[in-house]
Design a protein around this ligand. Structure first.
Ligand SMILES: [Zn+2]
Length: 159
């Protein structure tokens, strides 16, 4: 299954700065199209749960510029998020998966294979008593290689 963190920028407006849409469509083509998978979509997870406007502001910092609070040289997405949200490696992502765990339990899904690179998704569902086997994502979007590398070098993500 895929727990899809809704990203308006990437999934609705085709923003090239993140790979959210690619991960979604990659999962659909590999699994759902073959009748093998389900997607549980969680809306409004933009900017790792901080929202669409803050995510847009991190894009300013990624390119080097002046936002509401800071001026930066170009920095990566994780550094931009931590700067804007005044966060560290472990709290710059405030997405929550308790509702996902409740839905899965209600559906009787206590053992899942999860297509993700997010340790937080795996750990949140495991902590809720769901057995999770992770399947690594395989997106390699060329327009956001630095974004993907920055994410995967953070402790909240698998390499
Ligand atoms: Zn995105």
């Amino acid at each position: 299954m895929r727990v899809d963190s809704g990203c308006a920028g990437g999934q609705i407006y085709d923003d090239d700065s993140c790979d959210c849409a690619d991960q979604f469509f990659d999962f659909i083509s590999k699994y759902v199209a073959n009748g093998e998978g389900i997607v549980l979509h969680v809306p409004c997870h933009d900017g790792r749960g901080f929202g669409f406007a803050p995510k847009a502001e991190t894009e300013i910092y990624k390119q080097g510029g002046t936002g509401r609070i800071h001026t930066t040289k170009p920095i990566d997405t994780v550094s931009a998020a931590k700067l804007l949200y005044k966060a560290d490696d472990y709290n710059y992502d405030i997405r929550d998966y308790k509702g996902v765990a409740l839905i899965l339990k209600e559906l009787g899904c206590n053992d899942i294979k999860l297509y993700t690179d997010s340790r937080k998704k795996v750990n949140s569902l495991s902590d809720a008593g769901i057995n999770v086997e992770r399947i690594p994502t395989e997106t390699h979007k060329s327009t956001c290689k630095q974004h993907i590398e920055a994410k995967k070098s953070n402790p909240l993500f698998f390499r």
